[in-house]
Design a protein around this ligand. Structure first.
Ligand code: GAP
Length: 516
């Protein structure tokens, strides 16, 4: 099945099973804004816990924060967002559709990459075990030609972006003959800058009201609280502040479901270090964050780093953790070495001394910052796209059947345990309820008695429940239940008294944390 079709199915699966709904859907929705349903909110909370505990629980030098969304307007002047948080936009005159000029060019670059990957895949199939990829990509004329085009385009693109050269971006679009995906025409407007911050008014009278912004990143809440936390927590360098919260961006082109939203959540951690040590910590956090991702078990080959060619003026190193979504490798997390840019700017704009006094050297200085910044919604999308699996299975009567199963890591699954009486009579529901009463304090359990047991298993597979326990007539005699495992569909008989211990070990967040 084409990856686009898989993605469409995933989106409708998310709606059908209470993971993600379009916002205010009864009014036809609001573009690029989504609500999380009964299963989505549980999965989201579990992802947050995995991240929060990996930062705050496991590292004694990292502490948490929950800053307000509204901040003093000068914050955004100091951070550079008022002047420079722009995307280059371009309109197609025929379709009247609006695009990000940089994304159109990135898509063109991805096409060259795809062409090269196709040549490699074709050759690998032809030559089998004899295939030497290294030799092929350095000698095959078609790969070399595409690589040259890629490099030339990439160099021009990086330069135009670095120089904020809007005409340069337009020239690339025209010369590369990039056409509008909707109208197919190459009839483009000029490229213009567009500020992504949402603004609103604070104060009730027109004269007294001032323009404030909905924060476009959570990081600035951390920077402006650096002194508060450092002093009240008596923190020594290096130390980190972690925060999870909403951020808002008026994205020009919001697309791919919850990948690019206008209201989303970020999980950010700023690590304050001594100047000169930042690249060492940057490297450390790079490795640690990659391990956090890979611990979920979705395959080494689906992750890669993308080091930035174009560094923001305040950064001296930056990389993205990319995941292979159904629509290709895309950024999930950014890791940036931001120097002393942010604290320095807030010091300048606020007039307050924002420094660290180092008793060893008896000097004060502005700490440097290494930031890890991950989108919670994007992480959610990463997990559900990796988990969504369609399987053909054999029924007891030998016939084939199909099932959709969400292979979520048990520790992240919204429901850990489904409690299913085999029938609605003979005291089985009562027994099932009594088991639920004892287990509900430890796990998110779901009780279900409607429909055949097979259909109930399918419904639990579809939301990723790792364990289903069935209460049958034997349960009443010997206090055992059937435990059915989601991925293998195998079943075993377990004593009710041992259920808690057996399952807790496998579904607790600590199972993931201990692997970090
Ligand atoms: N403080 C740094 C910062 O905000 P960023 O690369 O702009 O850096 C960090 O954003 C992460 O936030 C991204 O890697 C992505 O996962 C997420 N993100 C950014 N814009 C988003 C959007 N419009 N919708 C969903 N997630 C977004």
């Amino acid at each position: 099945m084409a990856q686009e079709d898989v993605f469409k199915k995933l989106v409708s699966h998310c709606k059908e099973y209470g993971f993600v709904f379009p916002s205010s859907e009864i009014y036809d929705g609001l573009s690029a804004v989504y609500d999380y349903g009964q299963n989505g909110v549980e999965l989201k909370n579990n992802i947050k816990k995995y991240w929060w505990d990996s930062m705050v629980l496991l590292n004694e030098e990292v502490v948490g924060l929950d800053a307000a969304i509204f901040m003093h307007p000068t914050t955004w002047k100091a951070s550079g967002h008022v002047d420079a948080f722009n995307d280059p936009l371009i309109d197609n005159k025929d379709s009247k559709k609006r695009y990000r000029a940089d994304v159109l060019i990135e898509d063109k670059l991805a096409k060259y990459e795809e062409k090269m990957a196709k040549e490699v895949a074709k050759a690998a199939k032809r030559f089998g075990d004899q295939f030497d990829e290294e030799q092929f990509v350095t000698t095959n004329p078609r790969v070399l030609a595409n690589q040259e085009k890629y490099n030339k385009l990439n160099d021009r693109f990086v330069k135009a972006m670095n120089d904020s050269d809007l005409d340069g971006l337009r020239n690339i679009i025209v010369e590369e003959e990039i056409s509008c995906p909707v109208s197919g025409s190459k009839n483009w407007t000029d490229v213009r800058q567009f500020n992504l911050m949402f603004s609103t008014e604070m104060g009730s009278t027109a004269e007294g009201a001032s323009t404030i912004y909905l924060r476009p990143e959570t990081a600035q809440g951390i920077f402006v609280n650096y002194l508060n936390v450092q002093k009240t927590g008596r923190m020594k360098l290096p130390f980190g502040i972690a925060q999870i919260g909403k951020a808002f961006r008026n994205e020009i082109v919001a697309r791919q479901f919850i990948f690019r939203m206008r209201e989303f959540e970020q999980m950010e951690m700023q690590y304050f270090v001594k100047p000169g040590t930042e690249l060492e910590f940057f490297e450390q956090w790079k490795q640690r964050r990659m391990k956090w991702h890979k611990t979920l078990g979705y395959g080494e080959e689906n992750y890669r780093f993308h080091d930035h060619d174009k560094l923001a003026h305040y950064a001296n190193a930056a990389t993205d953790v990319e995941f292979k979504f159904p629509f290709g490798f895309k950024e999930v997390e950014g890791i940036h070495s931001r120097t002393d840019f942010d604290l320095g700017a807030h010091q300048k704009f606020s007039g307050k001394k924002i420094q660290f006094f180092d008793p060893e050297s008896n000097t004060s200085f502005t700490p440097f910052v290494v930031e890890t910044s991950i989108g919670l919604d994007r992480m959610f999308l990463q997990i559900i796209s990796a988990a969504y699996t369609e399987e053909v299975i054999k029924k007891d009567n030998g016939q084939e059947d199909q099932r959709v199963v969400m292979k979520l890591p048990p520790a992240l699954a919204p429901v850990k345990l489904a409690i299913l009486p085999l029938t609605k009579k003979d005291g089985l529901p009562e027994k099932a309820r009594s088991i639920m009463e004892t287990l509900k304090f430890d796990f998110n359990c779901q009780y279900e008695e409607k429909d055949s047991i097979g259909r109930r298993y399918r419904r639990q597979d579809a939301i990723g429940t790792p364990y289903c326990i069935t209460i049958d007539h034997q349960t009443l005699k010997d206090h055992t239940v059937t435990v059915r495992h989601r991925d293998s569909m195998e079943q075993d008989r377990t004593a009710i008294d041992t259920l808690r211990e057996t399952i807790k070990d496998k579904v607790d967040i600590t199972t993931l944390l201990k692997q970090l």
